[in-house]
Design a protein around this ligand. Structure first.
Ligand SMILES: [Zn+2]
Length: 55
């Protein structure tokens, strides 16, 4: 099993549950926490949800 630590792309904090998303150009997959997810998806046509990642 992979046990790599993921940090939120926005606030740089490590959470036990992260959300895999695209939200900016150029498109790339990043991990964000639940709070930052709400911010990046709001009124964002680039937002794509790619799954939930748990430790
Ligand atoms: Zn965050």
């Amino acid at each position: 099993m992979k046990q790599r630590i993921k940090h939120c792309e926005v606030c740089k904090v490590d959470f036990s549950t992260m959300y895999r998303v695209q939200y900016e150009k150029p498109k790339k997959w990043v991990f964000v926490c639940k709070e930052c997810l709400v911010d990046v998806k709001k009124d964002n046509p680039l937002y794509v949800y790619g799954g939930t990642w748990k430790k």
